[in-house]
Structures are given as C-alpha cells and as structure tokens.
Write a protein that binds this ligand. Structure first.
Ligand code: C5P
Length: 221
C-alpha cells in the first residue's frame, strides 16, 4: 500500500456525532467517537488527496495538513457540507448524524419547577444531508455513506445506498459490543450499487479506512 491513488483529488470527510442543543447547557448526542472518520481523513491524505474534515466535537486530534471545519449540530453540518461539496471530488459521510433535533432551543437554561414533574421534549427530523447532496451531485463526484445498523444490516444498507444515490455504502453492525462505536476496531461490509458486497475481517479502523480509500480511488476509474 502507500500508492498515491488519490493524488490531485479533493476529499471531504465528515466525522463525529452531531450535538443538538436543548438549551445553553444541554444537548442530545450519540456514542460516535469520530475515530472512523478521522482514520478516513488520514488515509485519504496519505493517498495524496487534499482533505477537508468537517467534524463534530471529538477527543481526537486531526491529522496534520488536513483542513478542519468544526461544527456542532446537524444544521451546521448540512450547511458546511453543502457549501464545500461542489469544490470536492469525493464526500465520505462518516459522521453519526442525529435523526431528530429539538423543535425549539431554549435561550435560557430549562428549569425544574414544582409544576413540571414531567418534561416533554418535542423533536423533529433533521435534514437528510446525503439526500440534499444527491440533488447537486455531478457525475464526476463520488459519495460514500455509512450505515450503523442493529438488524438486517445488508438489506437496510442497500436501501440507504439507493435512496441516497451513493456510490458506496459502508455498513456496520453496531449491536456487536466488540466493534463499531468508540472502539478502535470495526468490521464493515462495503455495498456497491451493482449489488456487490464485500465484508472486511474484524480489524483496526485505520486498516478499514485504507481499504475504503482504495475503493474510493477505484470508483474514479
Ligand atoms: O439514515 P441513516 O442515518 O442511517 O444514514 C446514514 C448515513 O446518512 C451516514 O452516512 C450519515 O452520515 C448520513 N446522514 C445524513 N443526514 C442525516 C442522517 C444521516 O446525511 N440527517
């Protein structure tokens, strides 16, 4: 490995779990560590690409030389992706995007009162970023999505690939405690539009990122 398979390409990577604010001191998020997306950014850079990493808050340090765009919410992420996608050749959407966001964000801290033994939080669907990307995608651009599933991993992955007009979907089973969210290892199945699927062995996210980048390079051919 180590060939400059993405030399001259511009690659946009998203990583981490989005934060949906309820009030100035609280937010909803998920278990994503950002490790998979950061590993993809590093691997793409090693393959010669110019990399932009749009990242939700994580504990990780971005690879040197990568342009970092920090975001918090799904709305921020949507804006950053849609703004930068046209100038990139590939988008790898590894961020764990919230499915729902609060309908309203309180500008002051939400208080307990004697009257509110129950507190009802109203959520609405977040914008589907990859669906919006599909609408502006050119034939020369490659898009890759991730699917974290707990059941029917392949069937759900194939549905996502179609509905989001992706060139590749990376499906992983997050119901398994030994892989996925937070860990350093993963096992994924690459799903392609022609119905081809390819399951990796259980290995480090760094190795999976290199295989993914190699596959992205193939998709340009
Ligand atoms: O539908 P689901 O969230 O499982 O799809 C996963 C893929 O779609 C991931 O690549 C994720 O980054 C992306 N996504 C998105 N916009 C959303 C939710 C997920 O682009 N609102």
């Amino acid at each position: 490995f180590g060939a400059q398979t993405l030399a001259g390409k511009r690659v946009l990577v998203t990583a981490g779990g989005t934060r949906e604010r309820l009030d100035p001191v609280r937010f909803l998020t998920n278990d994503s560590s950002g490790k998979m997306g950061y590993a993809v950014a590093a691997a793409a850079q090693q393959a010669g690409a110019t990399v932009t990493l749009i990242t939700a808050p994580t504990k990780l340090t971005a690879p040197a030389g990568v342009t970092v765009v920090p975001i918090q919410s799904t709305t921020d992420l949507a804006q950053a992706v849609l703004e930068r996608f046209p100038a990139n050749d590939a988008l790898v959407m590894a961020a764990a995007v919230a499915d729902f966001q609060p309908v309203a964000v309180a500008d002051q801290k939400i208080k307990k009162t004697p009257a509110n033994d129950e507190f009802i939080l109203k959520l609405k669907k977040t914008p589907d970023i990859l669906k919006a990307v599909a609408k502006i995608k050119r034939a020369d651009q490659v898009t890759v999505g991730f699917a974290a599933e707990t059941q029917n991993v392949l069937a759900n992955g194939e549905k996502k690939l179609q509905s989001k007009h992706l060139d590749m979907l990376v499906a992983n089973d997050v119901s398994r405690a030994d892989i996925g969210f937070n860990g350093d290892e993963n096992q994924v199945t690459f799903i392609l539009p022609n119905g081809v699927t390819d399951q990796t062995p259980k290995t480090s996210k760094k190795v999976i990122a290199r295989v993914l980048v190699d596959r992205v390079a193939q998709l340009f051919k």
